[in-house]
Design a protein around this ligand. Structure first.
Ligand code: PEP
Length: 256
């Protein structure tokens, strides 16, 4: 049975001490909801210390980005194998902030996805339309192209390791959350697309997270949609109580 995945994207926030305190609070409480898979994605410089806090905990660790090479002259970059070395299971790739501020294209993201998979990481690949793209009726055209290009030339076996995060850009950090119906519509289309490329088994196993202003008060309605298998949480993952309420909401949607 597919476990919902709730991942916290801390972005470029918190101090070392705050990271330890937050990770410890999540690690302590998260085992109350074993049906939910939980991941924390702290800034790269705190991965090591958070990894130590999460030792002996079911909460997993993820990076927020990785390069496509294993090593070499790439000043300031972090390789997938380095993330593995620190205990990472996941890596967020293609977040809209990286697409927008760092010029990441679907082709670059595709290289990173392949490198992450080769290193044994599970990539959380982000896709989503801007407000103007939605308002001009191009949501599916944009999302479809992002999914197809960022995940180009992956085998079915590799696809089983991939997590997709549908994150409408207009909903990220804005407080303007997608309605459950808006999220479900795109998630169902993504699953159908994956089915066309990789067959029903891969499509059904695929975890498709929703991201964009997920909060304790809207999590349950989003997560109860049939094709919403988890959440990628930014702002609300920085407060232990809010993040834990979202995990609890995910648990409430798991059929027993
Ligand atoms: C994100 O950064 O992936 C995100 C969804 O942020 P927020 O929850 O703050 O909108």
């Amino acid at each position: 049975m597919k476990r919902p995945l709730i991942a916290g994207n801390w972005k470029m926030n918190l101090s070392r001490t705050e990271s330890i305190v937050l990770a410890a609070a999540v690690a302590q409480e998260a085992p109350r909801w074993p049906a939910v898979q939980v991941a924390l994605c702290p800034p790269a410089v705190y991965l090591d210390v958070v990894s130590q806090v999460l030792r002996n905990s079911p909460v997993t660790l993820g990076g927020q980005n990785a390069h496509w090479e294993t090593s070499g002259a790439f000043t300031g970059e972090v390789s997938p194998s380095m993330l593995v070395d620190l205990g990472c299971v996941f890596v967020i790739l293609g977040h809209s902030e990286r697409r927008q501020h760092f010029g990441e294209t679907d082709e670059v993201i595709n290289r990173k996805v392949k490198a992450a998979l080769a290193a044994g990481l599970r990539p959380i690949v982000c896709v989503g339309e801007t407000l103007s793209q939605r308002e001009s009726g191009k949501t599916w055209e944009v999302v479809r192209s992002q999914v197809e290009r960022s995940l180009a030339n992956l085998s079915a076996e590799e696809m089983l390791q991939v997590v997709l995060a549908y994150e409408p850009v207009w909903a990220i950090g804005t407080g303007h959350v997608a309605t459950p119906q808006q999220a479900e519509e795109v998630h169902a289309q993504i699953r159908q697309l994956i089915q066309e490329h990789h067959g029903p088994q891969v499509a059904q196993s695929l975890v498709i997270q929703y991201g964009g202003s997920v909060k304790p008060d809207n999590a349950a309605s989003l997560l109860s949609q049939p094709n919403v298998d988890g959440a990628l949480v930014g702002g609300a993952s920085l407060k232990a109580q809010d993040f834990l309420k979202i995990i609890a909401a995910a648990d409430g949607t798991v059929e027993t």
